[in-house]
Design a binder for this molecule. Structure first.
Ligand SMILES: Nc1ncnc2c1ncn2[C@@H]1O[C@H](COP(=O)(O)OP(=O)(O)OP(=O)(O)O)[C@@H](O)[C@H]1O
Length: 292
């Protein structure tokens, strides 16, 4: 197959994918979004022979637009624009999980300092304030007191980018010093890891220790439901353990898997490429049916 890799920087994750694709003799077109223009009426000639495109853009805005263009050109793209759109925004992510009946932390959204303060007081202390767009645990705040809440809200309202004027407030989940990341393709777990840290933010980007996590029946079922809730794709589903079972706090698109690759024995790139081959074959079959 002929695979387009949409990127702005080749990280270890993309290298793993590229190596696997080339080892299987697939043709790979590396598409640097920074060097590309996208015409609203027709696809650039360079895209003509692509069977499938994998979106690995680092910047969310590029991901969101580029996936839309490929869909408009009729070229299959993973993840889909719908999935990227939901996963890129914590509000949409939480709404999708809640609507699908997936257990997810209680969350409120407010648009002013005053109403955000009301939401915080409703949850009580501690609670969590997160930017609606962002990853790697950046700019997240655990709020321990009304004074801290007031200071953070003031800073965000005064100094923040407009995205920080949407206040995303969440209950603090008393997890056992760790959270869980499961990598899955269309809800099928490939591998999982627990990420442990003394810090309340336990994701790997903050330097947490990682260990293998074998999804049990409950986790496997929730991963499937959470994936379906956002439209499926190659996803990183994040769960926390609570006294009442798992809660899914987020589903990530353009997911990084290098930390996972080091933590488990599974051939991650191989499994992802198996899935891509299947996706490309399904898309080709659909196209044949439509043109028949
Ligand atoms: N409501 C919460 N209660 C307790 N801990 C939380 C809560 N939300 C997040 N955390 C902790 O903070 C970490 C980062 O949270 P979250 O995934 O929402 O942020 P992120 O910036 O999107 O990170 P990533 O890029 O890894 O997905 C989680 O892995 C978890 O350890």
């Amino acid at each position: 197959m002929n695979v387009g890799i949409l990127y702005s920087r080749i990280r270890k994750d993309e290298k793993l994918l590229l190596n696997e694709l080339r080892e299987r003799d697939h043709e790979v077109e590396k598409i640097d979004v920074r060097k590309q223009t996208f015409d609203i009426s027709e696809a650039p000639e360079a895209f003509a022979d692509l069977d499938i495109v994998v979106d690995r853009c680092l910047a969310t805005s590029r991901s969101l637009y580029a996936t839309q263009f490929f869909e408009a050109y009729g070229i299959p793209v993973v993840n889909s624009h719908e999935t990227a759109d939901i996963c890129a925004d914590k509000v949409k992510n939480s709404l999708a999980l809640e609507q699908a009946g997936v257990p997810t932390p209680a969350t409120k959204v407010a648009f002013t300092k005053e109403t955000a303060m009301e939401a915080i007081e409703d949850f009580g202390y501690p609670c969590v304030l997160k930017p609606v767009v962002g990853s790697w645990g950046r700019l997240m705040a655990k709020i321990d007191s009304p004074d801290a809440a007031e200071a953070i809200l003031e800073h965000k309202a005064t100094l923040g980018h407009y995205e920080h004027k949407v206040f995303y407030v969440q209950e603090f989940v008393e997890k056992p010093g760790r959270d869980i990341r499961v990598l899955a393709t269309d809800g099928e777990p490939i591998a999982g890891m627990v990420r442990s840290s003394d810090h309340w933010i336990t994701n790997a980007a903050k330097g947490a220790e990682t260990d293998v996590f074998e999804p049990d029946e409950d986790a496997t079922e929730l991963v499937k439901q959470a994936s379906d809730a956002v439209g499926g794709g190659l996803l990183g589903i994040d769960l926390m353990e609570t006294e009442d079972g798992y809660t899914v706090h987020e589903v990530n698109h353009t997911v990084e898997f290098k930390a996972l690759d080091g933590a488990v024995d599974t051939d991650i790139a191989g499994t992802v490429v198996d899935w891509l081959e299947q996706k490309a074959a399904d898309a080709a079959e659909n196209e044949l049916e439509v043109s028949a």
